[in-house]
Design a binder for this molecule. Sequence first.
Ligand SMILES: O=C(O)CCC(=O)C(=O)O
Ligand SMILES: [Fe+2]
Length: 307
Amino acid sequence: MLTTTPLPQLYSYGHALEMADDKVGLLRDSTDAAHDREELHRRFAADGYLYLPGYLDRDEVLAARASLTDGLAAAGVLDPTHPAIDAVCRPGAGYVFKPELTNNNPRIQQLLYAGRLPEFYAMFFNEPIRHYDFTWLRAIGPGKGTNPHCDLPYMGRGTHSHMTCWVPYGDISFTLGGLMILEGSHKRMDLLESYVYRDVDAYCENKPKDADAAKAGKWTFTGTLSHNPPVVRNKFGGRWLTTEFKAGDFITFGMFLVHASLDNRSDNRLRISSDSRYQRASEPVDDRWVGLNPPGHSTAGKRGRIC
Ligand SMILES: O=C(O)CCC(=O)C(=O)O
Ligand SMILES: [Fe+2]
């Protein structure tokens, strides 16, 4: 359904988005097709994403939020003069990256990896599925969101047909700043080819500077496509699409879709979300993200080659 409410001025990575109708818009709601595999496949091929508002149980998501905000309070990130559930942060919280808050957290594990979400992916892939053991939890304080990127450079060592699932823990207004995707960008292989197949954890063994960086667990390539969302849109065409998310929504997309997030322009609140990954069980998996203690982007995840 199209809304007639004009969008407010939106910001991403410190840049004002151009707000003309052909440059920004709202995500397409696929609730009507939630149980129609063929139609979901058509939309996924056309749009590169599926947005399912209200697909999850809102109370379950809010209970998961409470477990996260309790963890964030215990980690000293929150302003103790406010209830933890409000996620009011101390000044300068910035980008709080704490995957450990999800790992042994039964509420999150249940929400993401049992019940409706894995059922959705099993239906969509039409065969048994598996998920990464690693869960990316993001709590973003006032300031910049995430810059434009595709996910493949971070997780491309197995299949390339897996999917990211982005889940908001609480309602996320335009001011708090949720995910945005670049319409049609998954079809622009002409522009993505030299970017998307690079691996952030690969390095040139024969280049001492690169080898030293890798040994120190650093990246020589960050995986960022651009630091400027309006400029990347002008290059790719299409619109930046986003929405005001509610607890209970999720959006899922593939490895080749350019996405980013809106800035958090609230006074003092954290924007809390997770991203998790699902794939066909029959396809190879990127071993950086599975196991009891996934190596991720640590030195153990680096891969040297002769360049
Ligand atoms: O939440 C964000 O700011 C970025 C999320 C993202 O990049 C992802 O879900 O892959
Ligand atoms: Fe991403």
